[in-house]
Ligand binder design. Structure first.
Ligand code: HEM
Length: 525
């Protein structure tokens, strides 16, 4: 009996081997598209992805260099993953111009639903359109100039206060932690009228590092964000999370996040009940706009819907800007000549102490160029995929794509490819953003999709740039900076560790080992 079973098993494996010689089980043959390196029968790219997970974005970059515009990987999972990856700018434009055909898709929603619920990041179609329309009310020049500048000034002053204290006592400091606190404080005030004071306490020195008290809300965010992000590279994550204790962690995070979001909503509802709605539309915040919106069927927006708004917008407004700024300071610490130029520009436009206002932004060209250049090299949404609702052909590479499969693009790889940016693509050179007349050049957003592009382009890109330049100009005029933990960012071949790329974004989320070392530890002098 056992012999028959063994023979049947072998025959089954031989059949699978014959049927799926170059891809994962359940995926279709594609002789017209090259496979990623180390693709094997039955499992496709499952092992090559998991064995390269620490330098995944560098690995993708190498695949793009080797295979050209388009290549493919498949993963043994349920449902099987069949993914075409393009770095062709015309293909990317085609995908991003049409979010009705190229949706986020069910898998992505499922993967992120614990964090995003039905919020703007997870929504497609009408559900997305309504949220985008309501939210776009707060992103206008009047708000940037009159209301957001003072908030950014206040929080940048707090950041500088902590850096001064740390530098006085010669302690090093995890600048990324500080920046995350600053972007969280600023964005909560801007979008929900809520002052969390994450930078308000004084720091203490623990093991040589200047440290602020932990913020539970932020820890829950980072942990849940990391759980959802990891699902992309773990086949059968639904089962694994049940077995390895992740479920309990997820429940704790949700309890903290939902509890905090509910408090913000309750406070707003109480204010409304007491008739304290700001009459002047320009004084209303994001939550005000959503509270006054009705659902299509005329019912009022529920607390659960508002909770998704709160959480989605905090993720959007906090992590991205802090992560990019962390890479800015990383690069400035390694490129003193760029630091000197940024400092010189900030001093000549603002003098030694004046804070950067909205109107100063157009003068701070090199500083903005440095921010853009860092985003080009360290796209903080490094990878993105969509799912077509019908069969289609990508017009740049002439590649056929099928309804329901994943069609991905990779802003991190695109930012470093010589075919897109020329022979110095991997160099940090802010000058590439300044045109012959000395003005900041506008880049084609499909070539540089770090803020996404097309109808779903990032709503906060101008806000992020304003906030970043306020923080950069406040810090570089006062301090020299020195990186303490270079080894955390590169492997022995000098390639960027993907885990660093993601962990800088998802600070403290999952690796206590790395967390103990501290992230982006710097000395400010
Ligand atoms: C350096 C900073 C930032 C970067 C690099 C960035 C990048 C991005 C990217 C890549 C997307 C598309 C995500 C996707 O759908 O897969 C996006 C969407 C979005 N971003 Fe940003 N973002 C930044 C800052 C901000 C800020 C400060 C806000 C303020 C709230 C914001 C609000 C949004 C919103 C609301 C969307 C969803 C747009 C839509 O789906 O229609 N972002 N951002």
């Amino acid at each position: 009996m056992i012999l028959y079973a063994a023979l049947a098993f072998c025959a089954f494996v031989a059949f699978l081997y014959y049927k799926y010689p170059d891809r994962a089980v359940g995926t279709r043959p594609r002789p017209d598209v090259p496979n990623a390196d180390d693709t094997v029968p039955i499992f496709g790219g499952t092992f090559s992805i998991s064995s390269n997970v620490q330098t995944l974005h560098e690995w993708v970059l190498n695949q793009a260099k080797k295979h050209g515009d388009v290549w493919r990987t498949t993963i043994l999972a349920y449902p099987p993953v069949d993914m075409i990856l393009t770095t062709n700018v015309t293909d990317v434009e085609h995908i991003l111009r049409d979010p009705w055909t190229y949706e986020k898709g069910v898998d992505q929603k499922r993967q992120n639903s614990d964090l995003f619920g039905h919020g703007i990041f997870a929504a497609d179609g009408d559900e997305w359109k309504v949220q985008r329309k309501v939210a776009s009310n707060i992103f206008n020049v009047k708000n940037f100039r009159d209301f957001y500048s003072p908030i950014f000034h206040h929080d940048a002053t707090q950041v500088v206060r902590h850096l001064e204290q740390a530098s006085k006592i010669g302690a090093f400091i995890d600048i990324h932690d500080l920046l995350l606190r600053s972007t969280l404080d600023s964005f909560l005030k801007i979008s929900m009228g809520e002052d969390r004071g994450c930078l308000a306490s004084d720091g203490t020195v623990v093991d040589g590092r200047y440290t602020l008290p932990p913020v539970e809300f932020a820890i829950a965010f980072d942990t849940l964000n990391s759980i959802c992000a990891k699902r992309g590279s773990i086949p059968f994550w639904q089962v694994i999370e049940k077995l390895n204790g992740t479920d309990a962690k997820r429940d704790w995070c949700q309890k903290v996040l939902h509890g905090n979001a509910q408090k913000i909503i309750d406070k707003k509802r109480q204010a409304y009940a007491a008739g304290q709605v700001p009459k002047d539309k320009s004084k209303q915040d994001l939550l005000d706009y959503f509270m006054q919106t009705e659902n299509d069927d005329g019912t009022p927006v529920t607390d659960e819907q508002l909770r998704d708004v709160v959480i989605n917008f905090i993720v959007a407004g906090r992590d991205t800007t802090a992560q990019t700024l962390s890479w800015v300071f990383y690069e400035l610490s390694k490129n003193p000549q760029i630091l000197a130029k940024v400092r010189q520009e900030c001093l000549s436009v603002l003098g030694p102490t004046r804070m950067c206002d909205y109107n100063d932004l157009k003068e701070l060209k090199y500083t903005t160029a440095t921010f853009n250049e860092v985003l080009r090299l360290y796209a903080n949404v490094p990878f993105n995929f969509k799912v077509p609702t019908k069969d289609d052909v990508l017009p740049g590479s002439k590649t056929k794509v099928y309804k329901g499969q994943r069609v991905a693009f990779h802003p991190y790889a695109m930012g470093r490819l010589t075919k897109i940016w020329g022979p110095d693509a991997e160099e940090m050179r802010p000058e590439r953003w300044i045109d012959e007349s000395g003005n900041l050049s506008k880049e084609n957003s499909f070539k540089w999709p770090v803020f996404n592009a097309g109808p779903r382009i990032c709503l906060g890109m101008n806000m992020a740039t304003q906030e970043a330049v306020v923080l950069m100009s406040s810090i570089v005029r006062r301090f020299n900076l020195e990186l303490c933990n270079e080894a955390n960012f590169q492997n022995s071949n000098g390639r960027l560790l993907c885990i660093a790329l993601q962990m800088i974004r998802r600070n403290g989320a999952c690796s206590t080992r790395i967390r103990e070392k501290g992230w982006l530890d710097m000395i400010f002098k």
